[in-house]
Design a protein around this ligand. Structure first.
Ligand SMILES: Nc1ncnc2c1ncn2[C@@H]1O[C@H](COP(=O)(O)OP(=O)(O)O)[C@@H](O)[C@H]1O
Ligand SMILES: O=P(O)(O)OC[C@H]1O[C@@](CO)(OP(=O)(O)O)[C@@H](O)[C@@H]1O
Length: 410
């Protein structure tokens, strides 16, 4: 980050204290005036830059088979082994032979900012790519934050960094929810188009999707797509909720957030404080995805005569907490092997998340803090610790918890 000078002290050349996501009328009116297809057609948004996450030592996902999937085999005792997906071409051929539409998958992420949604998306893609059953599937993450950042730059360039920041035009303030929704809609629109045009097989909708209203919108878009006779595929929605309430994890994650494009010209301390404020705003509006919401969605799907199925999984504190009891599954009528195999793998990923990816992440968090504690004591070393502890202190987390509870009690 440019806020860090070469000698390691935390200085910034930036004169502006604004943030990129501050709303600007020009960006917003462009969103309203121009259709999202403009951005796609002009190749403004490229989400296909997933970097491979290294696999934990000693683990080979290639060795996955039904034998290692105790929970999963119980739901599909007749599934073929080894797990094999037909290629899209095979499925297109089969489609001509029957009226049943081939399936595509959407993982709808839910979770507060900085809980690890984008990290888990990359890991899920890596997991599916490394599995023989799914390695040929084209998996893409569609990140609403990236779309927002790219569109802001495209419209304003460096000027986007010079806008005066004031709390009244903070995109993440509750009163601007509707404005933020535009970016999510554009992202979802792109995602559905790529599935329908067979550019992608497994899409991850990477946004906080933190409000019931937003999720209703997402599911209604998916069911409208599934109901449309002109749609080429049937989309199976899989909710993946990521929760993180461990203070060290949250601090480490926010630290890493300060290096993204929202803050590239901002002082480190400013970025931490700004993200802390963003998180508070989100907590005041957040409703976790619950079993109750799941049941209501299933009912609404059933009333519409939709049989695409619905699944919901949770990863809490990097897999340290078991989520088996809160995960939910509503199988579609006539569940195909393809759908069953994907669900089995999704469940395997969630149930074994800690050993697959969580433990190496936790090691990184520990190393980070022990290094920071040492640096904090050394004169002239890179000291992130002071800002992290000053902003994200015990009181901050107490306040965050109170805001969350107050919102849930509404
Ligand atoms: N489960 C995880 N595995 C690996 N890295 C993680 C994980 N959770 C968080 N991180 C780290 O924290 C940073 C912020 O997390 P991110 O995935 O961007 O959160 P979110 O998408 O929920 O806002 C990531 O860039 C990564 O360095
Ligand atoms: O519209 P929602 O669902 O809040 O999600 C998108 C927002 O989430 C955020 C939350 O911080 O994602 P990200 O950190 O991945 O960039 C914002 O950038 C982005 O605008």
């Amino acid at each position: 980050m440019s806020g860090t000078s070469l000698n390691g002290s935390l200085k910034s050349n930036s004169t502006s204290e604004n943030s990129l996501f501050s709303l600007n009328k020009k960006v917003y009116s462009n969103l309203l005036l121009q259709k999202s297809s403009y951005y796609y057609a002009n190749d403004e948004i490229d989400e296909n830059n997933e970097s491979d996450v290294p696999l934990p030592h000693g683990l080979s996902l290639n060795n996955l088979s039904t034998e290692h999937l105790p929970t999963l085999s119980r739901v599909n005792s007749h599934s073929p082994s080894p797990l094999t997906f037909k290629s899209t071409r095979d499925y297109s051929r089969l489609m001509n032979e029957s009226t049943v539409k081939d399936s595509k998958f959407v993982f709808v992420l839910v979770g507060l900012p900085a809980v690890g949604k984008s990290a888990v998306s990359s890991q899920l893609i890596q997991f599916l790519r490394n599995n023989p059953a799914t390695h040929s599937l084209r998996c893409t993450s569609f990140n609403a934050g990236k779309v927002r950042r790219k569109m802001s730059y495209r419209n304003l360039g460096m000027r986007s960094m010079q806008l005066a920041n004031n709390s009244s035009d903070d995109l993440f303030s509750p009163k601007n929810t509707e404005k933020k929704e535009k970016y999510a809609r554009i992202t979802l629109d792109k995602l559905i188009k790529e599935l329908d045009s067979d550019i992608c097989d497994v899409a991850i909708f990477d946004a906080t999707n933190s409000q019931v209203q937003r999720r209703k919108f997402v599911f209604s878009e998916i069911s409208s797509y599934n109901q449309d006779i002109h749609s080429n595929f049937s989309i199976i929605p899989i909710v993946l909720q990521i929760t993180c309430d461990d203070q060290s994890f949250v601090k480490f994650n926010i630290h890493n957030k300060t290096f993204n494009e929202d803050y590239f010209d901002k002082p480190y301390h400013y970025a931490i404080a700004d993200f802390a404020r963003r998180l508070k705003n989100y907590c005041s509006q957040f409703t976790p995805f619950s079993k109750n919401e799941f049941a209501l969605l299933v009912d609404s799907f059933d009333t519409k005569g939709l049989n695409s199925g619905l699944f919901a999984y949770n990863i809490i504190n990097s897999g340290l907490v078991s989520t088996t009891s809160i995960n939910s599954r509503h199988l579609p009528a006539n569940c195909s092997d393809k759908v069953m195999e994907m669900i089995m793998l999704a469940e395997y990923f969630v149930e074994h998340y800690a050993s697959l990816f969580g433990s190496s992440y936790i090691e990184r968090v520990k190393d980070f803090f022990s290094e920071q504690k040492q640096n904090h004591l050394k004169l002239g070393s890179l000291d992130y610790f002071s800002s992290l502890s000053a902003v994200l202190d015990e009181n901050y987390f107490i306040e965050l918890q109170e805001i969350l509870e107050k919102n849930l009690g509404k």
